[in-house]
Design a protein around this ligand. Structure first.
Ligand SMILES: C[S@@+](CC[C@H](N)C(=O)[O-])C[C@H]1O[C@@H](n2cnc3c(N)ncnc32)[C@H](O)[C@@H]1O
Length: 368
């Protein structure tokens, strides 16, 4: 790691990095067959729908669905700490804490015990797709969406909801998107994708995500309409300022990476948008004031630097910036909690995705 000399200027934040990706998506086959729903007017009372969450992580996606009146009955997650967090927070769900490839059809059916799966959700691993990653089309992790197809055939859900990074759209010149599209079409599902910016839904963080939705009825896939314009985005101060003077406390996940005195002296000189290190520039970046947080990542404990204090943000502050409620506790060490948080879908974004499904689900249930 080479150490940055310390910068005095503030970098201009990049907020429209995914404009091209969005345009490419809107011009593709994925743009067909979707409708936009104003989720402000969607009622959460009424039917409770069942979800299964593949690659559930700690449960960001499931938490958002739960807040929209859904109930998780099964989570599948290979990481023991993430699976433990999921288990502790979703009381009705069984948890397969192992490799998804080892979960046989028979065992999966036994675990859901005859219950209907209304929505199959899954943030299939995305490291190979991220613009920050290597974008290797041969990466085995890029084949994990096939498990989504396998479980769609097995559970016959009304809807499938997939989540990934925006970089998936341009991965391998769009060939991955085509493969996903055709795989779901071949099993009778109408699939679409949209890039949603979490900050537009009230999350105090810029975190654009590609959301896939598929259904087996040939109806238009519902997506939530953006709620906030950039001038109304929730700022980092609004989300975490009340934690500024809170002492380090493992029982609330309010723990951050401890620094030597000399490192703190260097952190003091890091300006917004700049990193403590020249060669490790994605970690230890100073947050901007007066706007949503930069996309939070675990970076092996090198989370972003606080907008005001000369320390990195804590796991609990990451949780706030991801829109997790304070009573959602993350299992494992501080670093393992940060790993789970860096992977998660913001529950508030997931809640609006789930709310958008409700009117169509209700109509389809009435018709059946
Ligand atoms: C992008 S994260 C999902 C985050 C989750 N949707 C949330 O909102 O919290 C992908 C997850 O897939 C898990 N995973 C990766 N390979 C797996 C496998 N072969 N079987 C089961 N889970 C796997 C990872 O441990 C990681 O937690």
């Amino acid at each position: 790691m080479s150490i940055s000399k310390g910068k005095s200027t503030t970098k201009k934040p990049q907020t429209s990095r995914y404009t091209k990706v969005k345009a490419k998506l809107e011009a593709s086959l994925f743009a067909k067959n979707k409708i936009l729903v104003d989720t402000k007017n969607v009622d959460v009372d009424g039917n409770t729908y069942n979800t299964v969450d593949l690659f559930s992580g700690c449960g960001g996606l499931s938490k958002g669905f739960e807040d929209a009146g859904f109930r998780s009955i099964l989570g599948v997650e290979i990481d023991p700490d993430a699976a433990a967090t999921y288990d502790a927070n979703f009381k009705d769900a069984k948890v397969w804490s192992n490799d998804i490839h080892d979960l046989t059809d028979e065992e999966a059916l036994r675990m859901i015990d005859g219950q209907e799966v209304h929505v199959l959700a899954g943030g299939f691993p995305c490291q190979g797709f991220s613009v920050a990653g290597e974008r290797d089309p041969e990466d085995q992790r890029n084949q994990l969406f096939k498990q989504m197809v396998r479980f769609t055939k097995l559970f016959n859900p009304m809807f499938v909801v997939g989540e990934n990074v925006p970089g998936i759209v341009t991965m391998d010149d769009g060939r991955f998107m085509d493969e996903i599209f055709h795989s779901f079409n071949d099993i009778g599902y109408t699939i679409t994708a949209r890039v949603l910016e979490s900050a537009d839904f009230g999350v105090a963080q810029y975190r654009p995500r590609t959301i896939f939705i598929a259904n087996r009825f040939g109806v238009a896939n519902p997506y939530p309409i953006e709620l906030l314009s950039p001038e109304n985005h929730i700022t980092i101060e609004q989300a975490i300022d009340d934690l500024k003077n809170a002492p380090r406390d493992a029982s609330t996940n309010h723990e951050w990476t401890a620094h030597r005195k000399s490192t703190i002296e260097r952190i003091k000189k890091v300006a917004p948008g700049h990193s403590l290190y020249d060669t490790y520039a994605d970690a230890f970046k100073r947050q901007y004031r007066g706007r949503p947080s930069m996309t939070v990542k675990e970076n092996h404990g090198g989370t972003h630097i606080h907008h005001e204090l000369d320390r990195c943000i804590s796991a609990r502050e990451m949780a706030r910036l991801q829109s997790f409620p304070d009573d959602f506790f993350f299992q494992g060490t501080m670093k393992r909690a940060m790993f789970q948080l860096g992977n998660a879908v913001p529950p508030l974004l997931a809640r609006h995705v789930a709310l958008a499904l409700r009117p169509t689900l209700a109509e389809l249930m009435d018709d059946n």
